[in-house]
Design a protein around this ligand. Structure first.
Ligand code: SF4
Length: 345
């Protein structure tokens, strides 16, 4: 019989210790999808192509997309951003941003003898068309969105006599309509999905015959980025969203992270804005970026975190995105004409 050796009962000293948060390897949970959506990609390329095609300057009404870095980069290439089409000297080109404009802005450009390129995201145009259609059918349209946001101003301008803005569930009490059986809701494309449904539920309590739009107005990119952030938030102690302070979809991502229970979530334009104190006691950092953010800015944050011990990067993927949009029709027409000239030469 061989010698039996008794396995000693684990003592508190010899029992494998559960690693404390400080011992666990530091990591970054990187969201996918994140960053540029199809509408932003198209708008930025449209400005670049217009600069190549027509030469500088190309005037752009409002920020082409809500991102500081993108705007500064395009300015360096010769884009001039203006608040109103009326500021553009006659005979020039003005481009309209991805957020869309009211018909009165097209009219202003015509009066100012400006050539226009409309880089409105096709998913915003879809909401404009819904507004026009319901206004023609004499519906009262309740547009859920944030007061003062460019997209809301543009959509409201399609049917100002029929649209009223509802800025969250707390606004519902003051909504009055002409005929409660002819009411429809539409929404800004970049809202929080959950909050919007709260507002819709409150509106339905007040107007049981409220009609819903034929398809979601909150766009695929906004929804996908919020889903990914929720997934990260459950596993991270800190979430960083790269995006500008005037970017609606980026702000919503920070809100969604907080609502999903992450202890801390911040919005930064650049890595240099991250405060080292945010990392105290943090093992897992969730990282994502808004729909108007080029990935170079996320890469800078990854480098910043790697220098502080967060070198392991795990991709947290919740969806694949393949949507692309063709360039604005005015540009396609001119680029085709130029290609035809080159073929002749
Ligand atoms: S966030 Fe959505 S609606 Fe806005 S530009 Fe991107 S795809 Fe279009």
């Amino acid at each position: 019989m061989g010698r039996m050796t008794a396995t000693p009962a684990p003592t508190p000293e010899s029992a494998p210790a559960t690693p404390s948060a400080a011992d666990r390897p530091k990591r970054v949970l990187l969201a996918a999808p994140r960053g540029y959506c199809a509408g932003v990609d198209r708008a930025v390329i449209a400005v670049e192509k217009a600069l190549e095609q027509y030469g500088a300057p190309v005037y752009v009404r409002h920020e082409i997309v809500h991102n500081k870095y993108v705007v500064q980069t395009l300015e360096r290439k010769g884009a001039i951003f203006v608040d109103q089409a009326t500021e553009v000297p006659p005979g020039n080109i003005v481009m309209f941003s991805a957020h869309g404009v009211a018909p009165t802005v097209h009219e202003e450009a015509r009066r100012g003898r400006l050539a226009t390129i409309d880089a409105t995201c096709p998913l915003v145009t879809k909401v404009h068309k819904e507004a026009v259609r319901y206004a023609n059918e004499d519906f009262d349209i309740l547009l859920i969105g944030h007061e003062g946001h460019e997209e809301v101003i543009g959509t409201s301008g399609e049917a100002p006599d029929h649209i009223q803005l509802v800025d969250g569930p707390e606004d519902v009490a003051k909504v009055e309509v002409r005929d409660p059986s002819k009411v429809v809701w539409l929404s800004q494309t970049t809202l929080s999905v959950d909050e919007t449904m709260e507002t819709v539920d409150a509106l339905k309590d007040k107007f049981p015959q409220l009609l819903s739009p034929p398809s979601d107005d909150i766009c695929y990119a906004t929804q996908n980025r919020q889903t990914a952030i929720k997934e990260l938030a459950g596993q991270a102690e800190l979430v960083i969203v790269v995006g500008s302070k005037n970017s609606s979809n980026s702000i919503r991502m920070v809100e969604v992270a907080k609502q999903a229970g992450v202890p801390a979530a911040y919005l930064v334009d650049f890595a240099s804005e991250i405060d080292e104190a945010w990392l105290e006691g943090v093992t897992s950092v969730g990282l994502s970026s808004g729909a108007s953010v080029p990935d170079v800015l996320v890469q800078e944050v990854l480098e910043w975190l790697a220098q502080r011990g967060y070198a392991d990067v795990e991709l947290v993927k919740t969806a694949d995105e393949h949507l692309t949009f063709s360039l604005p029709k005015e540009l396609r027409r001119d680029l085709r004409a130029e290609a035809a000239e080159l073929v002749k030469e």
